[in-house]
Design a protein around this ligand. Structure first.
Ligand code: HEM
Length: 161
């Protein structure tokens, strides 16, 4: 759980994220892919088909905005989190990929928001991102385990192992 102070700061950034969110997430992907071109794998519906990333930057910015406005009532985001987690599992996203995305998201906030990205805002978003990534990592772990279980049962039926 994040601190009360973080909740307040993150909620206060919602209006600016509504306005500049897509610019921030576009910048985030630009910074990420410059360092890790291999992270483009999995984006077959987006960067692989549309040169500008199609709707992915918009989808991510909408998710970040929804998180900012619901950070104190995350249960309302459960359906969306579940859908995104399934998409992440389909594209084989792993826990170790989350920190880089977080680092580049914060850097993108600094680049786009400039003076509005105070140290306090960045520290609050660092805490908030970590909390959100833990939710995704746990949800995705459970989906991977279900898939592993189903695979084990299928293999057992064929006596393959
Ligand atoms: C807290 C962090 C994250 C959030 C909020 C987030 C959010 C999203 C959202 C909203 C979608 C669209 C789902 C849909 O189409 O229904 C998505 C898809 C995706 N995300 Fe994430 N994501 C996060 C972390 C990551 C990380 C660490 C990676 C690793 C590189 C990643 C890679 C992808 C990929 C490959 C897709 C599928 C894109 C496609 O359909 O072409 N995401 N994510």
């Amino acid at each position: 759980m994040v601190s009360q102070k973080t909740i307040e700061i993150v909620k206060a950034t919602a209006p600016i994220l509504k306005e500049k969110g897509e610019e921030i997430t576009r910048r985030m992907y630009q910074l990420t892919f410059a360092e890790r071109p291999d992270y483009k794998r999995g984006f077959e519906n987006t960067w692989m088909q549309h040169l500008d990333g199609g709707g992915q930057a918009h989808k991510l910015s909408a998710a970040v905005y929804a998180y900012a406005t619901h950070i104190d009532r995350l249960d309302e985001l459960a359906t969306a989190v579940n859908r995104i987690a399934h998409r992440h599992v389909e594209t084989r996203i792993l826990p170790e990929q989350y920190p880089l995305i977080g680092e580049k998201l914060l850097q993108a906030m600094k680049d786009v928001l400039q003076d509005a990205a105070t140290d306090e805002v960045i520290a609050a978003w660092a805490e908030a991102y970590e909390a959100l990534s833990n939710i995704f990592i746990q949800t995705e772990k459970a989906i991977y385990e279900q898939e592993d279980q189903a695979l084990t049962e299928r293999l057992a039926k064929t006596n393959a192992v």
